[in-house]
Design a protein around this ligand. Structure first.
Ligand code: TXE
Length: 498
């Protein structure tokens, strides 16, 4: 069966994008090419912006903010633009999914699903723009009335990673816009296309010029300069813990800009003997293989009750072997390519470490040769001990490490044995066990008898070293505001000076 339609063919020549500042497309004078990781063929040409291009983008965002043409609109008017953007995204869903699959290597069907989620984010934020409000205090006595105003924080810098280029963008941009802020986005250098396509969508939806700006280029130059910029009021960063740390230093050394950080994860999936083992195995296979495990919320540590551990691992390994790993443009593919050569080498390095440190390979265990592109088989290690590298480090690939427990306390201790706290999942039919684990494990996003579920209504973010702040939901809009407490005296003042 041919599952590649003509619309899924590779582009004949790489598509060249400009960068977007103050409502217009610009050229930097130098471009670089990005090859599709699933095919090894150049698909896009991206501008290599200079620090001067970044300054121009920040200046445009500042003018657009201070001019009041966006922040000064009513929530209903801002929401109207976001709703129009949602409609245009719906019309351009397949096009956006296509470029996302090409640059990132994810399956095209998955990419379409992600664009659907992005549309929901815009619709949710449109409502939130109208609901955003402060507070009042009618309880300060007869003579004093208190109001708490919410104001947009100003110019936001947004640095996004390559694993979910469009989804992570859209879990932030509509919420930033709903708050009344303006922004400068620096997408990952390897997956910039869809962030640039969003500029077109927003302009067509009626977003005023200068509100959404995109600069492209390397993290170490343009990204770093954005973190250090003294005219950026807030920085939202999603990526590695190492760069997250450098953002904190840069904020402290520049203008104390507010930070939102979504960093790494080493997320536990706790499986009790009483759970539906077929369901749990399906969830565990999905949780580690979805997006080739290049997912901050991947469930990469399986913590399974000893009495069913052998049975469960066998069930899981059989399911993992049936996952359809293949060409991102094939409609039937479930798991696509590894996004970068560096990440491919990192994952294979961890698999090697797992072997040499004494873990037992139960499924996968290496690269898959599909003729072109870089692919890795979903991999399961059993008998992992807490000191091993595959137990502690974020691998960011389809590699699952399995541990065993006898008591609820042991399961909780193993789940919490990490510096991270992004997400966790628990599988059991026993409400006591489900809620005990949920209450005692320190993680920002929790799933009970499911995994990776969610919607834009729910806030997302990490405990411990997984980050600061929350994206999504009403909290996700409030994150980009600051509050001003206003005290109003009523009636004649009681004089201090007699
Ligand atoms: O991330 P980087 P990398 C983790 C994952 C992965 C590892 C390395 O474990 O293996 O990070 O990935 C920009 N100042 N995650 O090296 O470098 C960069 O251009 C400012 C987890 O690709 O953090 C890109 O836009 N910006 C994660 C973004 O930072 C800089 C998602 C992320 O790249 C910069 C991705 C600098 N000095 C990786 N250097 C998650 N939590 O989802 C780079 N960038």
């Amino acid at each position: 069966m041919n599952t590649m339609s003509r619309a899924n063919a590779l582009p004949e020549t790489p598509r060249e994008f400009g960068f977007f500042v103050d409502g217009e497309w610009r050229e930097a004078g130098e471009v670089y090419e990005r090859a599709s990781p699933g095919h090894g063929v150049a698909v896009t040409r991206i501008q290599k912006c200079s620090p001067a291009d970044l300054d121009a983008a920040v200046a445009a965002a500042r003018r657009a903010f201070e001019g009041g043409g966006w922040a000064g609109l009513s929530g209903a008017e801002r929401g109207g633009v976001l709703l129009r953007a949602a409609q245009i995204l719906r019309e351009r869903r397949d096009e956006i999914a296509y470029w996302e699959a090409l640059e990132n290597g994810k399956p095209i069907a998955q990419a379409r699903g992600e664009v659907e989620h992005c549309i929901a984010c815009f619709e949710m934020a449109a409502g939130a723009a109208r609901l955003l409000h402060g507070d009042s205090f009618n309880s300060l006595g007869d003579k004093l009335f208190g109001m708490v105003l919410r104001e947009p924080i100003g110019v936001v810098g947004l640095i996004t990673p390559w694993n979910f280029p469009f989804l992570i963008l859209c879990e932030r941009v509509p919420f930033i816009l709903a708050s009344g802020c303006t922004l400068v986005v620096k997408p990952s250098e390897v997956t910039s296309a869809t962030t640039l396509l969003l500029a077109d969508v927003l302009a067509e939806a009626g977003l005023p010029r200068g509100v959404y700006n995109v600069v492209t280029g390397s993290g170490r130059t343009i990204g770093q300069a954005l973190t250090e910029h003294t005219d950026v009021d807030m920085l939202s960063f999603t990526g590695s813990t190492a760069v997250g740390r450098s953002c904190v230093h840069a904020a402290a050394d520049s203008n104390f800009k507010k930070l939102g950080l979504e960093l790494g994860g080493k997320n536990p999936i706790v499986v009790f003997a009483d759970s539906d083992l077929e369901d749990a195995a399906d969830g565990a296979a999905f949780g580690i293989s979805f997006n080739t495990g290049q997912c901050c919320v991947s469930s990469s540590r399986l913590i399974v009750e000893r009495s069913v551990a052998d049975e469960f691992e066998a069930l899981l390994a059989a399911k993992m072997a049936r996952i359809r790993v293949g060409d991102p443009l094939d409609e039937t593919t479930q798991v696509g390519a590894i996004t970068t050569e560096a990440q491919n080498a990192t994952i294979l390095g961890f698999i090697e470490k797992g072997r040499t440190e004494g873990a037992r390979l139960v499924a996968g265990g290496g690269p898959l040769d599909l003729g072109r592109g870089q692919y890795i088989a979903p991999t399961l290690f059993s008998g992992v001990t807490p000191d091993m590298a595959i137990a502690r480090d974020e691998i960011f690939g389809p590699v699952l490490s399995s541990f065993r427990f006898d008591t609820v306390e042991e399961a909780v201790a193993l789940a919490n044995d990490t510096v991270y706290g992004l997400a966790a999942s628990v599988w059991t039919r026993d409400i006591d066990k489900a809620l005990t684990v949920t209450r005692k494990v320190r993680a920002g996003r929790f799933w009970v008898n499911t995994i990776m579920a969610g919607g834009p209504e729910m806030p997302m973010g990490g405990f411990k070293q997984s980050g600061w702040g929350r994206e999504g939901g009403m909290l996700g809009v409030e994150e980009y505001t600051q509050v001003k407490s206003v005290h109003v005296e009523l009636g004649k003042r009681t004089h201090w000076i007699a």
